[in-house]
Design a protein around this ligand. Structure first.
Ligand code: PSU
Ligand code: MN
Length: 314
């Protein structure tokens, strides 16, 4: 077991589980502060922690409180994160500044991966990944989530990427960075609200054991870096691609008209989609996060089991 970095503060339950090699699942916090409106966000955050627990793993929501990188939050701390007026969206480049200024921060996939890895956590559950934005040939807007996946050894469970991004280019960059992209139980890469995207699954897996086997193979070979586990939204909760497509186009047009760029681009688009759908998109969003939590916990269990000495009888 790797010793957690001394700058992190781990919840006792998380520290205990890691020390004993029991399964732990990291959860991000940008999805709470910038991805869903209050109070749905805190309700979902708590529910997702409950799902991880019900499936046999310890949840570790990651965020910065008063500049301290925290791994595992109590309910009151989740509430602060979900409702406080000044919570910075923290990607990798923002970590030093928020720590130095001792402010609150909600971590993106990139920053959550890094902190999870520094804590010794190998499985992380989120909703959607960042990626290459449409029109990136002009804006250079490529999420640090991708470069982080290229270097930090954590498996990230998501429902794929929203078509606010250029999905094809996102998959190309992941290939360049050497990141395995596994799709659970499907031959097509999913696009968050929809099971389809028009892009083939780069690699298909069926079940958590197969994901754990890829994790071991990659890291035992000494290949540093992440693994994308794309879990298509359950069929019953899917919003058909053509239905959500127009809404996404509208959100992109509104973002352009307002001249929104940089770190504000993704939160603006996420918020605008919720507005345009009158909250209907949130139902799908919550459903897919729940299912990702279930799968993530199962992967953490499968990985922890395989990591135990073979002599141990269990
Ligand atoms: N995409 C989603 N939901 C999200 C995000 C992206 O469908 O909540 C959030 C995640 O925290 C992700 C971040 O890591 O946005 C990416 O932001 P940026 O594009 O600025 O790197
Ligand atoms: Mn960006």
């Amino acid at each position: 077991m790797t010793r957690p970095h001394p700058m992190l503060r781990l919840a006792d339950e998380v520290a205990g589980a890691l020390a004993e090699g029991r399964p732990v699942v990291a959860l991000e916090s940008t999805i709470i502060s910038h991805g869903m409106p209050y109070p749905d966000n805190v309700a979902v955050a708590r529910e997702v922690e409950g799902i991880v627990r019900a499936h046999g793993a310890v949840p570790a929501t990651i965020a910065l409180l008063d500049g301290v990188p925290r791994v595992g939050l109590c309910p009151d701390e989740l509430e602060v994160l979900a409702s406080h007026a000044e919570v910075t969206k923290v990607s990798l480049r923002d970590l030093p500044y928020v720590i130095a200024r001792r402010t609150h921060g909600a971590t993106t996939v990139a920053a959550t991966m890094r902190l999870a890895s520094l804590a010794g956590i190998r499985v992380f559950v989120t909703g959607g990944l960042g990626g290459v934005h449409r029109g990136a040939q002009h804006t250079f807007d490529v999420s640090a989530d991708l470069t982080e996946l290229g270097q930090t050894s954590v498996a990230v469970v998501s429902a794929g990427v929203k078509s606010i991004l250029d999905i094809g280019l996102t998959l190309e960059v992941l290939e360049t960075l050497g990141v395995p992209v596994l799709v659970e139980g499907s031959d097509e890469f999913p696009s968050f609200y929809s099971r389809s995207s028009g892009h083939r699954a780069p690699m298909r897996v069926d079940g958590p054991e197969q994901v754990a086997a890829v994790m071991r193979a990659k890291w035992e070979l000494g290949l540093a870096g992440g693994i994308v586990v794309a879990n298509p939204i359950p069929e019953a909760d899917e919003i058909p691609a053509d239905e959500i497509g127009g809404i996404i186009e509208q959100a992109l047009a509104d973002s352009d008209a307002r001249g929104i760029t940089g770190k504000d681009a993704t939160p603006y688009l996420l918020g605008r989609i919720v507005e345009i759908t009158g909250g209907a998109s949130l139902v799908a969003n919550v459903a897919l996060v729940r299912d990702n939590a279930r799968l993530g916990a199962a992967i953490a269990r499968a990985y922890a089991d395989g990591s135990r000495p073979l002599t141990q009888d269990r």
